[in-house]
Design a protein around this ligand. Structure first.
Ligand code: PMV
Length: 309
């Protein structure tokens, strides 16, 4: 059984597509996958009720079929055929890295079945072809976090920089109930950057300095400072037209219920927000305040792991 977790971007979404750093954390919900030998290659995924062959499919499942074909193409032609089954425990289109976790879990399951040894970071890299099917120009942060986990700074083309956090970060995740497409949001921001390179470049640089300060604050366990930096990041994301009324309301409700800070996470235009809390108990209070306004809420404690230990 292979597992790959989802992620939250604490700082730096979108700027990370344009060569700035992002700070992200793996979360405990994710995707489980198994690969068993069969007569033909086949992918099933629950609770979606998906059942498809590689490279085929129509509508929404066409992308999944193509992505499945990219995963199988990592192995020799004369390999056995596999039935891959995935249990998806993350809402899709929510900014929680569902597609990357699915890709990484499937490749991990195939690695296990084929006896292939691969370092987690290498698995993150090879799963980029999978992610490109869905997102066009992904930065790679979702794949790397799904493969490695923990808390880390990610920058395109550079090795992951794990952060050794003094304290775990109790976060509440709340879904606005609005769906959005990462591909469309990334294109929208890229168009703004092309039209106004100075203004948008400055916003990205501002976000990059928040990432640098947040790394220090997380190392020191200074959650109050991390929360303030999250609020600043949210303001800069709003300046890129990535927030919505619903996301703004959720952030306000979280702050009023005692969160240190709150912001959207992932592509924006809908999807999820995150709120940083002082403790798990404080997170429960914030979750209770958010629940009536959200379609999904969860509490997650993000911790350092991997090479940071
Ligand atoms: O919404 P998600 O989980 O796909 O996160 C997207 C993060 C972006 O920075 C907007 C895109 C990317 O590829 O990094």
């Amino acid at each position: 059984m292979a597992f790959a977790g989802g992620k939250v971007i604490l700082f730096g979404e979108h700027a990370v597509v344009h060569q700035r750093p992002a700070l992200a954390a793996g979360i405990s919900i994710g995707v489980k996958a198994t690969a068993t030998e069969a007569n033909a290659d086949r992918l099933t995924a629950d609770p979606w009720g998906v059942d498809l062959a590689p490279g085929e499919g129509e509508g929404q499942s066409a992308d999944l079929s193509r992505a499945f074909a990219t995963a199988l193409a990592l192995y020799p032609e004369d390999r056995p055929r596999f039935h891959v089954h995935a249990e998806v425990g993350i809402p899709g289109g929510a900014g929680l890295g569902c597609s990357a976790a699915l890709g990484v879990a499937i490749i991990h399951a195939l690695d296990e079945a084929m006896g292939v040894t691969r370092e987690p970071e290498a698995r993150g890299e090879v799963s980029m072809a999978w992610e490109k099917v869905f997102h066009g120009n992904p930065s790679g942060v979702d794949n790397m976090m799904a493969a490695v986990g923990g808390i880390a700074v990610y920058r395109r083309g550079e090795p992951l920089d794990p952060i050794l956090a003094r304290k775990s970060l109790p976060l509440v995740i709340a879904h606005s109930g609005e769906s959005s497409s990462t591909k469309d949001m990334v294109s929208m921001v890229t168009r703004q950057y092309e039209r106004e390179p100075d203004r948008v470049g400055e916003l990205f640089d501002g976000i990059a300095s928040l990432v640098r300060n947040a790394k220090l604050a997380i190392k020191d366990g200074d959650h109050k400072a991390v929360g303030q930096l999250m609020d600043m990041n949210q303001a800069l994301l709003s300046g890129l037209m990535l927030s919505t009324e619903k996301l703004e309301r959720l952030c306000k409700v979280a702050r009023e219920a005692g969160a240190h800070g709150a912001k959207l996470t992932g592509a924006g235009g809908g999807g999820c927000m995150i709120a940083l809390c002082a403790s798990t108990e404080a997170a429960q209070t914030v979750q209770a305040a958010l629940a009536p306004h959200a379609s999904f809420t969860a509490i997650t404690e993000t911790r350092s792991r991997g090479r940071a230990k």
